[in-house]
Design a binder for this molecule. Structure first.
Ligand SMILES: Cc1cc2nc3c(=O)[nH]c(=O)nc-3n(C[C@H](O)[C@H](O)[C@H](O)COP(=O)(O)O)c2cc1C
Length: 321
């Protein structure tokens, strides 16, 4: 059993938590370290004010960091007792984690490796198909966060979803404020934003499908290939608590996918554009649950080079004093 966590261990947890995915690599989080407690805050100065007016993607990103922190704590021999939105009336204070010693997780090495290796690899997937069983197992790994993770496998729904994604992309492309905001986060700084190399590494239409449209393809491809696995994350409510949990579920399934050698690429446009989100919610999901995230899942070629890492802010910049 390990001893009470010292400041260096808490700092290491924050560092690993900040490896989490975030929309446009905005890293919209701040942390406070108090004894053996970590507090997570949203950083509204990093919100995408055009594409993410409600702060939904911001909160999902923070939820992913919250889950990363829990995994990091477990791998370092600590149990995290989490309170979400612990202070009524302070929606920026997203979570509080009390850390106590426990036996180091038996998968500690694999978990630490997954935290370090996970990335958004936008390169074209191989045509090796995603089986429904594998998608369902992946979905199951995220089911403990009160988030519905649904494999989209039937052809009719997939076709309708593809049309909606294309519609969302077209609407976003036609909005100069939105495209300007996206551009600002490409090569934003040495410590945040998406390096143009990671943007260019995608291909044609599929790159557009992953939000960015450089270069414009000669022959547009479909937003999703028939061999891609597709997962939809949805929740019963549509509020910061649901968004935070969506981020935790997203992180859980992404880390599991990483361990299995699978690639995950979010397709956020369809849930960012009010019109397409509403059609998805009411027509495709029958109004029962609220769509929060859409993911493409697939295999990268075996033996392919490691994908270049996106940068992160120095840990001192995200720890409040
Ligand atoms: C809520 C959320 C939405 C995202 N939406 C997209 C997207 O639409 N297209 C895309 O290519 N990547 C998307 N990403 C991935 C981020 O761009 C990526 O996590 C970030 O650039 C950091 O890179 P990394 O995941 O390689 O560490 C999204 C990530 C999150 C958490």
């Amino acid at each position: 059993m390990s001893a009470r966590p010292g400041p260096a261990t808490l700092r290491r947890i924050v560092e690993l938590a900040c490896r989490a995915p975030s929309v446009h690599n905005t890293q919209p989080w701040l942390w406070r370290v108090t004894g053996s407690r970590l507090d997570l805050y949203a950083d509204p100065t990093r919100q995408l004010v055009v594409a993410d007016r409600d702060g939904r993607n911001l909160t999902i990103s923070c939820g992913a960091a919250l889950h990363h922190a829990q995994v990091a704590a477990g791998a370092l021999g600590l149990q995290a007792y989490v309170r979400r939105l612990p202070v009524a009336g302070n929606p920026r204070h997203l979570a509080s984690l009390e850390l106590t010693p426990r036996r180091r997780s038996s998968h500690a090495e694999a978990e630490l490796r997954a935290l370090e290796r996970r990335s958004t690899d936008r390169r074209r997937f191989t045509a090796w198909p995603m089986t429904e069983e594998r998608l369902t197992a992946l979905a199951g790994s995220a089911s403990t966060w009160a988030v519905h993770v649904t494999p989209v496998t039937d052809v009719a729904t997939r076709v309708r979803l593809e049309l909606l994604v294309s519609r969302a992309m077209a609407l976003q492309d036609a909005d100069p404020r939105l495209t300007a905001e996206q551009q600002r986060w490409i090569d934003h700084s040495p410590v945040d934003g998406i390096p143009s190399s990671a943007v260019r590494s995608g291909c044609g239409r599929r790159l557009r499908a992953s939000r960015f449209d450089h270069p414009v393809p000669a022959e547009p491809e479909e937003p999703m290939q028939s061999t891609d696995g597709v997962l939809l994350l949805s929740t019963d409510a549509d509020d910061p608590a649901a968004w935070l949990r969506t981020g935790e579920a997203l992180s859980a399934l992404w880390l599991r996918a990483t361990t299995e050698g699978l690639s995950v690429v979010p397709l956020s446009q369809v849930v960012e554009v009010a019109e397409t989100r509403s059609v998805l919610h009411h027509d495709l999901l029958g109004g029962r649950v609220v769509p929060q995230a859409l993911l493409r899942i697939g295999w990268q070629e075996i033996g392919r080079s490691e994908f270049p890492r996106t940068p992160r802010r120095p840990v001192d910049d995200v720890i409040l004093r």
